[in-house]
Design a protein around this ligand. Sequence first.
Ligand SMILES: [Zn+2]
Length: 356
Amino acid sequence: MYQFNFRNVILSIIFLCTFFTNILVAKDNDEFNIGDIKVSPGEMKSGYLAVPEKDGLETSIPFTVINGAKQGRVLALVAGVHGYEYPPILALYRLKEMIDPAKLSGTLVLVHIANLQSFQKRIIYYNPYDWKNLNRVFPGEPDGTISQRIAHVLKNEVVDRCDCLIDMHCGDGNEALIPYTYWMISGDECQDNVSKEMALAFGIKHIIIDKSRTKDLTLSKYLGNTAVLLAKPAITTESGYLGNTDEESIVRNIKGVLNVMRLFKMIEGKPELDLEAVWIDKYEVVYSDADGLFFPLTEMGYYVKKGEKVGYLTDYLGNVIQELRAPFAGIMLYIIHTPPANKGEPLFEVGSVLNK
Ligand SMILES: [Zn+2]
């Protein structure tokens, strides 16, 4: 007879997590439907998800589905939630050429550019038609503004249909940023173990243990958090900076995705999980209190002391109006490296390192 004790609880957690990370029997895959496109097993198809028109405004989301010949996990990779963040976008186009559906177990959903309008207009943070940040309006609204409608389509067509998700970002056009991953804690031990393995497999050294996201799905804000709250292991990655298209940042994204695919046994090979991660258990984004110009006095990746001056703000006449100091000792995860500063927008993010 089954006895409820600590050991059995541990065993059941291991069993459930094994269920998460082990692939089922290698059966033939099923057809995968997204938008109005049906993708047969062993087939790759690309198309656009329609974001319905309202007030004369509509858009679409370019995507590719690579539906493996064999059953397995559905992994969604989303780039371009911020349209000025190029390395993840370029990485997904290369991955599209690299993955053979005949040899794939499971399904890859590649969202090439989630926020096409901000990409087209070269706008950081926002969509230029409603000036909302797409990664603050999830789970979206079907009758909302254009960003809210994009979020709604992504939630219904991508998040709801996947088993796990990677939301791929980098430093925006104004952000000098070191690579790091957000490991978002759901509170479900099994799910969190899987997402932790995803973070380790993606291979970026700095990993933020992120307990700060809301647990209310109706206010989930972030794409990654939306997936987490729907019980889907997910991570948010950052690789790239300042609007660059450097090879190192692109390749880091590609290697990370391929290693997560190995973790989930979607492609052959052993995942490398020997990363010596630097864990960050607290982080803070410091925002500008005023409009003006920002002058950084430190660099991305530098360690700062509590209270250390990291930059200053001037008004448009060149008068210094504020000094910015580190709220606690830690590493500069990113710092704004172009002059414009706007009230309410980020200036820098500092993270407190757990094991250093
Ligand atoms: Zn971003």
